[in-house]
Write a protein that binds this ligand. Structure first.
Ligand SMILES: Cc1cc2nc3c(=O)[nH]c(=O)nc-3n(C[C@H](O)[C@H](O)[C@H](O)COP(=O)(O)O)c2cc1C
Length: 149
């Protein structure tokens, strides 16, 4: 088994590398994907409700799990449905690094931020100013599952 990811600003890559280290598995970006392992844990960042790269990888590998990295909480059901996810699914909180986003993505993200309910000031701040919610402890459930498997 190996870990494959697609990341735009680096937060998904960070999780992929942490998970690879914890589970002692090789890590590869989707761009360089080779069909050399039977099973894959896939991590993709969420853009406008879509798990980037998922439609590509799902036809090429047997997926042991799909991990979506995004910012909007409570959207898991929607993500599973809209992306037709049929594998084990996890959602992890990512982050924003405006220095790595071009004009179009910056504006799209600001539009996403407008849909946030005001009861989440921490998230609103990250979408406005940038910041990261990436933490090793967010991977605990996933690490436990794969260590017991
Ligand atoms: C253009 C754009 C659209 C986004 N749309 C969503 C979204 O629909 N749902 C969500 O949960 N997060 C959304 N996000 C937040 C990203 O998924 C989040 O910033 C993630 O950590 C990015 O991962 P990366 O750093 O690996 O690229 C969006 C971010 C950008 C830049």
């Amino acid at each position: 088994m190996k870990i494959v990811y697609e990341s735009c600003a680096g937060h998904t890559k960070e999780y992929a590398q942490m998970l690879g280290k914890e589970l002692n598995l090789p890590v590869e970006s989707l761009k360089n994907y080779k069909q050399d392992y039977k099973e894959v844990i896939y991590l993709g960042w969420v853009m406008a409700g879509m798990i980037k790269g998922y439609s590509k990888i799902k036809n090429k590998a047997k997926l042991a799990a799909v991990i979506a990295v995004g910012l909007l909480p409570d959207k898991e059901e929607e993500l599973i449905k809209n992306n037709n996810v049929t594998s084990r699914f996890y959602f992890l909180p990512g982050g924003v690094d405006y220095s790595k986003l071009r004009w179009l993505k910056r504006n799209l993200l600001k539009a996403v931020g407008k849909n946030l309910d005001k009861s989440n000031p921490e998230l609103a701040k990250i979408i406005c100013n940038g910041g990261s919610l990436v933490a090793l402890e967010n991977l605990n459930e996933i690490i436990d599952y794969f260590k017991q498997k």
